[in-house]
Ligand binder design. Structure first.
Ligand code: ARG
Length: 263
């Protein structure tokens, strides 16, 4: 995670951003600390990356890379405003002794990649349509050695895979079908017949932008309907208020890069 110390809406690169509304910097920081402490309180070890001036979106740490079993596929951001963030993430993994592969194609890390270790022997789901180049899906498959299923996003409000789909545990997912092309909806229904289906209201409340440890599902405070859906599916919803990060087009999942070391 990376604290929103320099968080602001300085440019518009998704439909949620509006340079006309000021963010409450103090509130953003307090909300971020609450999320951090919630994850730590659940027993998770949280590493913190130093925020850098001039990189207002760096709080969305999920976009910096994607790791599977100790190997990291590095991000290459679509927009020049965010490009330097990739280097900060690379430095973190290099210092930790991870195997690091630089992305040669545009990809926004866990924003557009999800990993299901228990599905089909280890499956990667990957989004394209707005940010990540489909060529990066093939590259990720070669780097990480797991099958990558490409899914096309069609609604600009849900421009990253992690705004429309989430892993609930090692092999179960939840998603909002309307964010995907008809063909990709068919692929998801075929691979995950038991998925928790979310609706437009759940997605607009950033209810899909969640972090789950397989038991606890941490999700945005506004996503009450989504909380009930995951509870009915057997998980414990934990709501956190991230109203300020939502102004930049993100929520819980965007703020967390999950680390998957070698087993
Ligand atoms: N303002 C950021 C952008 O548009 C938000 C990123 C949200 N991150 C995410 N993992 N969906 O790039």
């Amino acid at each position: 995670m990376c604290p929103p110390e320099h968080f602001a809406i300085e440019y518009v690169i998704n439909p949620w951003m509006d340079t006309g509304t000021a963010v409450d910097a103090g509130l953003a920081l307090r909300q971020w600390h609450f999320l951090h402490d919630t994850l730590a309180g659940l027993g998770h070890r949280v590493h913190v990356l130093s925020a850098q001036a001039g990189l207002p979106d760096m709080v969305y740490a999920a976009n910096g890379a994607f790791s599977v079993d100790g190997t990291v596929y590095g991000a290459r951001f679509r927009h020049p405003q965010r490009a330097p963030e990739a280097l900060a993430h690379q430095g973190f993994y290099a210092a930790g002794g991870w195997t690091f592969a630089e992305g040669n194609h545009v990809n926004e890390g866990e924003g557009d990649f999800a990993y299901l270790p228990g599905a089909y022997g280890g499956l990667i789901l990957a989004g394209h349509g707005f940010r990540t180049d489909p060529a990066a899906h093939a590259e990720a498959q070669e780097v990480l050695g797991r099958p990558v299923v490409s899914l096309k996003l069609v609604d600009s409000c849900f421009y990253h895979l992690d705004t429309a789909l989430a892993a609930l545990d090692d092999r179960h997912i939840t998603y909002f079908p309307g964010a995907f092309s008809a063909a990709s909806q068919r692929v998801l229904a075929q691979l995950f017949p038991d998925a928790v289906i979310a609706d437009q209201a759940d997605a607009e409340a950033f209810g899909l932008n969640l972090v789950s440890d397989g038991r606890h599902v941490v999700l945005n405070a506004e996503a009450t309907g989504m909380g009930e859906k995951v509870r009915a599916a057997g998980y414990q919803p934990i709501h956190v208020d991230l109203s300020e990060l939502k102004r930049g087009g993100g929520s819980v999942k965007c703020a967390v890069a999950e680390l998957r070391p070698r087993p």
